[in-house]
Design a protein around this ligand. Structure first.
Ligand SMILES: NC(=O)c1ccc[n+]([C@@H]2O[C@H](COP(=O)([O-])OP(=O)(O)OC[C@H]3O[C@@H](n4cnc5c(N)ncnc54)[C@H](OP(=O)(O)O)[C@@H]3O)[C@@H](O)[C@H]2O)c1
Length: 359
């Protein structure tokens, strides 16, 4: 595989730093550009991030002296220097949409962490193991934008990256009704215990906008391409409660599910064990070898013990048992800033490269 030159838009932020750390020594991707707000533009990456570096591993040496560009003013220059950009930026929805369109129209593909375009009908929202074929909509998007190379592809919200991977492979049994409660880490709000001391010894039963995303986004992932858009599925029906808990990283979901044709417990376990998606079949560099991992111990998965499984890219599941109201209940876990944010976007970019969309 050839090497690709890459930019990180929003590279000084929390997710941007994760991109920086994940892309150090990446076999296909070389970071050539970092862009952020005008507050950071003109400074070296090391100066711009300063004491805000939140990752356990040190800042990559190769990035320390990169001079940060202005994400909104330097679009033409950035687009000429790179093959594509990752985008994780803190702007309002309309401004984010416009910024991502501007990069795509400058013929620079955008692999985005932001939510702004998740429901744009010809923008694919992809979990590479689940709905890799949704990338086919890119030709329709390019036609609409009038671009040759440029397009936008997005990853889904971090909250659903534990339960959608567990449920989608069970589609042949007709996943009908899903009730999920998520227990979400503070890094999902871009925070640490130092910057959010109110979260120590506390639970907050509200995360703005999260329940709507957790109920609506799975339907686009279950959706299908019709003409020039991805039409969301009508089912399963999802209902969600999303709770902020005093955990640094890792979102845990407690799931209740009802099927059209109830499988046996063993059938569910076999599906999870044997499931492979395009990410595994194409042997993408960031793909976990075993995507879905079932733990038989009653007290697993635990956020602190399993969140880093396979570099934080695998899903951990446990406690599958029959329920008194639904068919089954179980718990599942994913790392919110790895699989749920930067890692999911890196894997998506690898998929798009392997499929030939970033040539
Ligand atoms: N944190 C998570 O776990 C997570 C998970 C999934 C998705 N996301 C999404 O990812 C995006 C970034 O989140 P984050 O937590 O990394 O945010 P963050 O730490 O606040 O970082 C925001 C980035 O945006 C830049 N920025 C802010 N205002 C700007 C402007 N006016 N023009 C250009 N750049 C500007 C910042 O640059 P400066 O450093 O120069 O200010 C910084 O690089 C958000 O859309 C968020 O919803 C976050």
């Amino acid at each position: 595989m050839r090497k690709y030159n890459v930019g990180i838009i929003g590279g000084t932020g929390m997710v941007g730093q994760r991109f920086a750390a994940m892309l150090e020594n990446h076999p296909w991707f070389d970071v050539k550009v970092v862009a952020a707000s005008k507050r950071s533009a003109g400074k070296t990456y090391k100066e711009a991030v300063g004491s805000r570096w939140t990752i356990e591993t040190p800042m990559p040496k190769s990035m320390e002296d990169i001079v940060v560009l202005d994400a909104t003013k330097d679009i033409e220059e950035i687009s000429k220097k790179v093959d594509f950009v990752f985008c994780a930026i803190d702007l309002d929805k309309e401004a984010t949409k416009e910024l991502e369109y501007a990069y795509a129209k400058a013929d620079c593909p955008v692999v985005s962490n932001n939510s702004a375009h998740r429901h744009t009908p010809d923008v694919p929202m992809i979990i590479p193991e689940i709905n890799a074929e949704h990338s086919k909509i890119i030709s329709s998007q390019r036609k609409r934008l009038g671009t040759k190379r440029g397009f936008i592809a997005v990853k889904s919200n971090c909250s659903l990256q534990s339960y959608v991977p567990a449920l989608y492979p069970l589609s042949k049994y007709g996943v009908k009704d899903v009730l999920v409660c998520t227990y979400q880490a503070i890094s999902g709000a871009g925070k640490t215990f130092e910057t959010w001391p109110e979260m120590v010894d506390n639970v907050i039963p509200y995360i703005g906008g999260e329940e709507e995303k957790s109920e609506k986004e799975p339907l686009k992932i279950w959706g299908e391409i019709q003409n020039d858009e991805i039409v969301p599925a009508q089912s399963p029906s999802f209902t969600a409660q999303c709770i902020r808990v005093p955990v640094s990283n890792g979102h845990l979901g407690a799931v209740f599910v009802r099927f059209d044709n109830k499988p046996s417990k063993q059938e569910i376990l076999d599906v999870w064990k044997n499931f492979k998606g395009s990410a595994q079949e194409l042997n993408l560099p960031s793909a976990p070898k075993q995507f879905l991992n079932y733990f038989v111990e009653d007290d697993l998965p635990q956020t602190n013990l399993q969140r880093n499984l396979e570099n934080g890219m695998a899903i951990s599941i446990g406690r599958l048992r029959e329920d008194t109201q639904y068919d089954y209940k179980f718990v599942c876990l994913s790392h919110n800033t790895l699989r749920g944010a930067a890692g999911g976007a890196v894997l998506l970019a690898e998929l798009l490269c392997a499929q030939g969309y970033i040539d």
